[in-house]
Design a protein around this ligand. Sequence first.
Ligand code: ADP
Ligand code: 5GP
Length: 201
Amino acid sequence: MLFIITGPSGCGKSTLAGRVLEELDNIDFSVSYTTRKKRNSEEEGKDYYFVSEGEFKRMIEDMKLVEWAVVHGNYYGTSKRELEKKATKGDILLDIDVQGAHQIKEKLKKTIFIFIMPPLYLELKKRLEKRGEESPESINERLDVAKKEIRHYHHFDYIIINDLLEKAVEELKSIILSTRCRFDPCKKEIMLILRSFSEEV
Ligand code: ADP
Ligand code: 5GP
């Protein structure tokens, strides 16, 4: 299953994704492509694949992306190959902006969408400032975009208010774990159990 977390920049998507990937088995992160500059804390191939604008535009032309968007002046996109590669290992967690989430909604039906909400506008501002990765101009741009993005919350399957981090982590893990228990006629483990009941002992 593909789990998409979306929401304004600074709402805590990367933090929540990091915790869930550490604490749950059988789930991998879909690494996006971006033309944004690498932050000091980031690793090529782990946080993003960092590419030039030319390389990114070639990927769009070659239809290698499932979705892409210009976010805060940089290109970001999800590659088909990355999703195919990670899907062989179990569930996938994808952190994308609201525009990208809407594109995926149109294309991939079997996807769970989770909107991460900051508890208050001023708290979002504080978190972006505290993260200390952007210039004041970039923070203001992210906050302006956030005012529009926040209104999209009702388009998604779940909403997590990321106030207390531990509570938000538990909520995200619960969504993933409960989705795994949903009825699925093709589930391999169920097939094996059923087969064991029809075998002679
Ligand atoms: P995003 O990936 O959505 O842009 P981040 O995960 O980078 O957001 O979080 C932005 C900042 O807010 C980071 O400095 C992070 O440590 C902090 N943060 C995330 N969740 C919480 C929370 N529940 N309470 C306080 N600070 C948080
Ligand atoms: P940041 O620069 O803070 O890492 O990310 C900025 C925004 O880009 C975040 O809202 C993040 O969710 C979004 N983003 C990251 N990867 C992708 C992607 O592959 N596609 C889209 N549409 N947005 C992405």
